[in-house]
Design a protein around this ligand. Structure first.
Ligand code: ZN
Length: 161
């Protein structure tokens, strides 16, 4: 029942992400009346301002809806980022014979593998963060002239000369 209501809210676009801070993620869930839901990143818990949540101390449909919304959003982001990483790795060419260039590429590949592992495990935030890290390393490698990004060049933060 609650689960169905949550799915319905999610499907009808009734959830809005308000703010994502270091400590909390805030949502507004527009059920019959709007409710404020937040996720506490430190205590790893969801909270809602509705009476059901306050009195029964049980998970309400608003929390379920916000949770589902956040997870699907995170899944999209992680999937997209992982796709970008895989494409970049497929297209790049090592242009330096130096050992440190090869070492860096090895490191990049192993982080990319970890990112995929986290994705499969459903650890989407971890996957997303690792992918961003991999891209940082790729940018450095390209700037140092260790690699040529090839067709994936537009995914890099490097200026054309
Ligand atoms: Zn609630």
């Amino acid at each position: 029942m609650k689960e169905e209501k949550a799915k319905e809210l999610c499907k009808n676009g009734k959830i809005k992400l308000d703010m994502n801070t270091d400590k909390r993620i805030y949502f507004t869930v527009n059920s019959n009346e709007p409710h404020s839901v937040f996720f506490d990143k430190e205590k790893i818990g969801w909270h809602c301002d509705c009476r059901y949540n306050a009195i029964k101390h049980k998970t309400c449909s608003h929390v379920l809806a916000a949770k589902e919304f956040w997870e699907s959003k995170m899944k999209n982001k992680a999937e997209k980022e992982l796709g970008r990483v895989k494409y970049a790795l497929k297209e790049l060419k090592l242009t330096s014979k130096e050992n440190k260039a090869q070492d860096l590429l090895k490191l990049i590949n192993s982080y990319a593998k970890d990112a995929e592992h986290f994705y499969k495990k459903g650890d989407l935030l971890e996957c997303f963060e690792l992918c961003s890290y991999v891209f940082g390393l790729l940018d450095s490698a390209a700037r140092l002239g260790f690699i040529d990004p090839g067709k994936a060049r537009n995914h890099y933060k490097i200026d054309e000369k």
